[in-house]
Write a protein that binds this ligand. Structure first.
Ligand code: ATP
Ligand code: MG
Length: 322
């Protein structure tokens, strides 16, 4: 990043809560975050300016360990970016359909969704839905029908790259029509099967949520070996660009110890922002909401806003993004 913050073609004024835009940004160096707030006189103190990426960034949110915050991270970072004016696509690639639930998109059995696109070859355009509470956020829902995909995919041609093909066709069509997506997040299931493999082939970046608990790094080695294999044979662009520490409990030494250990292993990938354990975050999906809309002023919402902003500013995978 140059010393002078870049002014981009499309600048989006963002209604970040005051706590995020003023005090926290002043505490950090806004240039190091890529947020040209303090240096700009034409931007009110209480707003931020979020530059869209030069090219669409496609991130697979993956960790084969269950319940570490993949879905929570997907929907809340996607919502934070959409609220900041970015055009965001969320692909729910988990038969549990939790991301579809949190984004209030119908995914009852038989609803057209990612299964139809990946297995049946239907155009993604025919299965996408707008998230009702979040303008700018579009969802490819997953219903329980997707549970059969792992088996159905086995006999198909190019079984690892079906999602890549489907997404590429949709994203380029949207760009041609003047509706370029800025971000795509693919919420992976808790396994390293064919669905996750499809996500790793379709993405340029991986976002790995790691829960701040004992055994946190167990399984991460296996994920990294899978990434190496995908990079060697299927998708040389793929990079583990971002790691987010989730469910951090500041009161426990265990959380702090795990966070230190993960940062020591992955010094360049771990976001400075950690997501605290928060009742509001866990309540939001039962109201078919993200925490950003459910309780915008909560610490959970603020930390996801900050994580999204950090992710946007780091723009690590741009040279490899689609
Ligand atoms: N920061 C948090 N504070 C409190 N609860 C959280 C937090 N993040 C996630 N949770 C809760 O933890 C549970 C697991 O989170 P989530 O569903 O996002 O994980 P996951 O990795 O997607 O799970 P799976 O592997 O089953 O797909 C959920 O009930 C969620 O509401
Ligand atoms: Mg999940």
């Amino acid at each position: 990043m140059t010393d002078q913050p870049q002014v981009v073609d499309r600048q989006v004024r963002v209604g970040w809560p005051a706590a995020v835009t003023s005090s926290r940004l002043e505490a950090d160096d806004p240039r190091s975050l890529g947020w040209p707030v303090a240096d700009r006189t034409d931007v009110p103190r209480e707003t931020g300016v979020l530059a869209p990426p030069a090219r669409t960034r496609i991130l697979a949110v993956a960790n084969q360990k269950g319940g570490v915050g993949k879905t929570t991270t997907t929907v809340n970072i996607a919502a934070a970016l959409a609220q900041s004016g970015q055009r965001v696509l969320v692909v729910d690639l988990d038969p549990q359909g939790n991301a579809s639930t949190a984004l209030a998109v119908d995914h009852t059995e038989g609803t057209p969704g990612v299964y139809d696109a990946v297995v049946e070859g239907k155009h993604v355009r025919e299965v996408v839905r707008e998230a009702p509470h979040l303008p700018g956020l579009v969802v490819v829902p997953a219903s329980i029908d997707l549970a059969g995909a792992e088996i159905d995919l086995v006999s198909l041609v190019a079984r690892e790259s079906r999602l890549h093909r489907a997404l590429t066709a949709y994203l380029s069509e949207q760009a041609d029509e003047g509706h370029r997506f800025d971000y795509v997040f693919i919420d992976c299931p808790p396994s390293l099967g064919l669905l996750t493999l499809n996500a790793l082939v379709a993405a340029a970046e991986i976002l790995v949520p790691i829960q701040c608990e004992y055994y946190a790094l167990e399984g991460v080695g296996q994920l990294m070996r899978t990434v190496d294999m995908v990079r060697a044979h299927l998708n040389p662009k793929l990079a583990v660009s971002t790691i987010l520490l989730t469910m951090h409990d500041a009161r426990t030494r265990l959380s702090a110890g795990v966070a230190d250990e993960v940062r020591a292993h992955f010094p360049d990938q771990v976001l400075r922002t950690t997501i605290p354990r928060s009742v509001r975050i866990s309540e939001a999906p039962s109201h078919q909401q993200t925490v950003l809309t459910y309780d915008a002023g909560s610490t959970g919402a603020l930390s996801y806003l900050e994580a999204a902003r950090e992710l946007a500013a780091r723009a690590p995978g741009l040279e490899g993004a689609a």
